[in-house]
Design a protein around this ligand. Structure first.
Ligand code: PEP
Ligand code: MN
Length: 255
């Protein structure tokens, strides 16, 4: 496969995507967006439809949260991103003019969805972030990316940790080596939150991501992390996010 990197990423070399795992209330969304904007992030993320590992778990606020995200964008000027899981959610997100779409780890092998997302975004060339499946090899991940890229080449890969022995102490294993190889094909951002599953690793791993010359960071930030409805152990507070951004400012972003 030939390198497409040069043609693709029109967002900056180093991009920070931050926000809550899931949208819970309008107040939580606006408070998060304002906090991450003040700290200097580029893109505000929040899950509205949450494809959970267990069917009985809460599945997100759904369509109601679309307006909250749009309002957050108006208030802060941040670009907004959310996860789509099927045609219906894709349609809602396109209608509301989200700036970035992401496809979650659990959908990385959902080829009809990948193809449809590429096709529906081909005119605007919206950036599409494809999270690596927790069991995907590099070949699987790049193969999935091609389903999008054959229609919309503006694909950004997101390493978010893979399954392995590390689960004994961390949620997944952060695979920066494969992320770096994947960067030969597409820009790569790294979600340190899902990889770690724990707060104390967020700052050190984010520093490693920037020092390795990857294209950006995704991190879960919540105004009250201990009361978050999802991924409580890994979301950091707005104050810790500010600290993270200060630490990252001292690290050069090198290719
Ligand atoms: C998320 O980013 O909110 C998420 C659920 O991540 P992943 O799909 O990587 O598990
Ligand atoms: Mn999460």
């Amino acid at each position: 496969m030939s390198s497409r990197r040069e043609k693709l990423f029109d967002i900056k070399r180093w991009t920070v995507i931050a926000g809550p795992c899931a949208a819970e209330t309008k107040e939580q969304i606006l408070q998060s967006a304002n906090g991450i904007s003040q700290a200097g992030a580029d893109i505000f993320r929040s899950g509205l439809w949450k494809p959970r590992t267990e069917a009985k778990s809460w599945q997100g606020v759904g369509e109601e949260g679309v307006e909250w995200m749009v309002e957050a964008k108006k208030e802060t000027g941040l670009k907004i991103a959310t996860e789509v899981k099927d045609s219906k959610t894709l349609e809602a997100v396109l209608k509301a003019n989200f700036d970035v779409i992401w496809i979650g780890s659990r959908s990385c092998t959902h080829y009809p969805l990948l193809e449809e997302v590429g096709f529906q975004t081909k005119d605007k060339k919206l950036p599409i972030i494809l999270k690596r499946g927790m069991g995907s090899s590099l070949k699987d991940w790049l193969g999935a990316a091609e389903y999008i890229a054959r229609h919309n080449p503006n694909v950004v890969l997101c390493e978010r940790g893979i399954a392995g022995f590390g689960e004994q102490v961390t949620r997944y294993v952060l695979d920066l080596q494969t992320a770096k190889v994947a960067q030969k094909y597409f820009p790569v951002v790294v979600d340190v939150s899902h990889a770690a599953g724990r707060r104390d690793l967020i700052i050190p791993m984010a520093k490693a991501v920037k020092a390795a010359g990857l294209n950006g960071l995704m991190v879960e930030v919540h105004p009250k992390p201990d009361r978050a409805k999802t991924d409580t152990n890994q979301q950091i507070s707005l104050a810790d996010f500010q600290l993270l951004m200060e630490k990252l400012a001292n690290i050069p972003s090198e290719p």
